[in-house]
Design a protein around this ligand. Sequence first.
Ligand SMILES: Nc1nc2c(ncn2[C@@H]2O[C@H](COP(=O)(O)OP(=O)(O)OP(=O)(O)O)[C@@H](O)[C@H]2O)c(=O)[nH]1
Ligand SMILES: [Mg+2]
Length: 362
Amino acid sequence: MKIGLIGLPTVGKTTLFNLLTGSDMEVTGFSQGKVEANLGIAKIPDERIDFLTKMYNPKKTTYATIEVIDVPGLVRGSSTGKGVGNQFLDNIRKVDALIHVLRAFENDTVIHDEGSIDPMRDIETVNLELLFADLAVIENRIGRIQTSKKVTKENLEELEVLKKCKEGLENGLLIHNLNLSDEENELLKTFSFLSEKPMILVVNMDEKQFMENDYPSKEDLLKFSKGLNTPVIELCIKTELEINQLDFEDRKIFLEDLGITESGIDKLSTTAYDHLGLISFLTAGQDEVRAWPIKKNTTARKAAGKIHSDIEKGFIRAEVCKFRHLQEFGTMAKVKEKGLLTLEGKEYIVEDGDIINFRFNV
Ligand SMILES: Nc1nc2c(ncn2[C@@H]2O[C@H](COP(=O)(O)OP(=O)(O)OP(=O)(O)O)[C@@H](O)[C@H]2O)c(=O)[nH]1
Ligand SMILES: [Mg+2]
């Protein structure tokens, strides 16, 4: 999975990037002329993988990961070439989801681009930029189809969906809020529209706001996101990053003091998995313990293909142990004794936490 961090300047995108990927990129680097996007890998914590690693003591442990891209802030007018943000929009065209970082924190030394703290206003500003960027592509394409001499049936279908998107965008809706059908989405695929991507909002609070559980325009923001089915995660990014640099015991004390029970990467990965309809199946052995992200409702045979196309082709059976059973009974042998180790065929729908041993022919 690939995610792109977007938002206005100096809202904490690079700080979040550092927190998620364990990097140490310079904050506010872009405002000082940096020109490449930051790319990094976030390891998704998974207690099941920790458990299996203890049990199997494998040569290698592989957690699921998220690729994270951090780009400069967008500004009002980015889509028409203002600021540098729009030059980077192409970097995020290929991501699976956008994380919109919103500034709630107060910090007199870091000036907010719009002069005051109002995350709800900022959502609208950034959405408008995404919307304008998509609208420009759509209008261009519609023009081409309409002036083309040879118009195919597919072109007409495409035109239909594009017009629907155009109308939605003109009414202030993002493409991902238009509830398009699978067929319609398929027709739009080649465009990689920005506003089509699933979005998660991250509110970046300071400690005081976190403790008081309040920040400017909170109520409006939650109401707005609920109406559009857009998840919101509230984090104290800078504080969490600072706490991470402490040694283990101190870390626990500080997190408890602040009432942070779940880390930023935990919250974000759980939310992103859920919002994107992803689950993980697991493989475990002396060589490797590993989490494999797949789409919900994937068949055993397709899941096998994630590991290797030969296993998909030569698929015979999937030996499935539910993680919770292994945890309860302690060993694979016990789970088998209880009759809970099952052999599944190629159409079996893989579930989150299935530990699978594929049997196959090469
Ligand atoms: N007080 C406080 N300051 C923060 C917080 N998060 C980020 N900052 C500060 O705000 C400044 C900007 O943070 P960045 O992470 O560089 O913001 P950005 O969104 O990447 O900025 P651009 O890349 O320039 O668009 C830095 O000086 C951070 O230390 C926070 O939660 N609280
Ligand atoms: Mg930055």
